[in-house]
Design a protein around this ligand. Structure first.
Ligand code: XIL
Length: 374
């Protein structure tokens, strides 16, 4: 008899053990809230963890966004040279269904222009001779790329991040809207944003188009630059739907009606723009471990932080549900097993998502579930 529960657990497919019913997907739908998650392409292609990854996506979310595989360096290999393998897998080649449609999931495209020069942002060949071209030619290349990518998946991508992270962290850099000194800014000036939105809209008039940014959420100086940029983009006739607010936050964050977070989304509404929370995760301090350690980024230093984290998650969802101009919430992954936070924080923080490494719902999951039920 004592063995029985253990045997039962062994005999039960792991996906049914780890996917709570009905999951968040149905609850979010009832609240008319689009609920998305970031996914790494290889986890879909390899159907990892005995199907638990895919099953948890399907039970909890109605939208996915690729983590890195739709970024410019992954797609844009040279002038008029594009790699559509990842896009075709997820949303299907023209006329075909992809992984997402087969599961009735919407897709968020991330990202057409990642407005930085370092890291996995700008296709590095643009820094070489092929990118060393006059303004008009650079603009023509950009136009061709946006038309090719957005056009190929026309009608299949619900929303695009058109431009990501174009504003400098350092204040007062002398550029309009404090834009970073990047390839596209140097070639085309702030106009590069207007053109990118116009060309994306031409290629898929129904897709929602976002400007996506981090460290703006409570109306910092960077946040003010972004509002000014949004106002200017609208005045220039750029077809922008709204702002993507990344929301990479931590367990000490407090968000409540009347505060700067609520004030910021209200300021966005006053500009006539929507917003979407695009990359939510709530990092907490974790037990220090070296890179490669099996427990890296997974064990909270103080287990009470899991409850604080749950409250932070709930507070973000409360704000999203309370605001008229919110077009959805998306988390940057869902299981701590595949979160970017441990590497990004050099092992200091982690455990930032709704499910633990074994796909067990954490207190944060329960808090989001309760918030959606209210
Ligand atoms: C991150 C990915 O999660 C990592 O795998 C990669 O090494 C770096 O980029 N803002 C964004 C995302 O818009 O594209 C970033 O994704 C996280 C911050």
């Amino acid at each position: 008899m004592i063995l029985f529960p253990a045997l039962l657990a062994l005999a039960t497919p792991q996906s049914t053990l780890s996917s709570p019913t009905p999951g968040l997907r149905e609850l979010a739908k009832r609240r008319h809230l689009t609920l998305g998650t970031e996914v790494p392409l290889r986890n879909l292609q390899n159907d990892v963890d005995g199907g638990r990854f895919a099953a948890t996506v399907a039970a909890n979310f109605d939208m996915i966004e690729l983590e890195n595989e739709f970024k410019p360096p992954a797609v844009w290999k040279g002038p008029r040279d594009y790699d559509f393998a990842a896009g075709d897998f997820v949303v299907g080649a023209p006329g075909a269904k992809g992984w997402a449609q087969k599961r009735k999931l919407k897709v968020r495209g991330h990202v057409l222009i990642y407005a930085k020069d370092e890291g996995y942002t700008l296709p590095q060949w643009l820094k070489g001779p092929q990118g060393d071209v006059p303004k008009e030619q650079a603009a023509a290349m950009l136009h061709d790329y946006i038309r090719a990518v957005v056009g190929r998946y026309k009608g299949k991508i619900a929303m695009w991040d058109v431009v990501n992270e174009a504003i400098d962290d350092r204040p007062n850099n002398g550029n309009p809207f404090n834009l970073r000194n990047t390839y596209w800014f140097r070639k085309l000036g702030p106009e590069f944003l207007v053109l990118a939105f116009k060309w994306a809209h031409e290629a898929d008039p129904k897709a929602e188009l976002y400007y996506n940014e981090y460290s703006v959420e409570n109306g910092s100086e960077k946040g003010r630059s972004m509002l000014a940029l949004g106002k200017w983009l609208k005045a220039q006739g750029a077809p922008i739907t709204g702002f993507g607010l990344q929301y990479h936050i931590d367990g000490r964050t407090t968000i409540a009606p009347g505060d700067a977070y609520y004030g910021y989304v209200e300021a966005i509404r006053k500009l006539g723009l929507a917003y979407q929370i695009t990359e939510l995760d709530v990092a907490i301090p974790v037990k220090p471990t070296p890179p490669g350690d099996a427990e890296r980024g997974l064990v909270p230093s103080d287990s009470a932080d899991l409850d604080r984290q749950a409250e932070v998650y709930a507070s973000v969802f409360r704000m999203a549900l309370a605001s008229k101009n919110c077009h959805g919430v998306q988390t940057w992954g869902f299981t701590d097993r595949y979160s970017w936070i441990p590497d990004f924080s050099r092992g200091r923080n982690g455990a930032a998502l709704l499910f633990d490494k074994e796909y067990r719902p954490k207190p944060a999951y329960a808090a989001v579930e309760a918030t959606l039920r209210k």
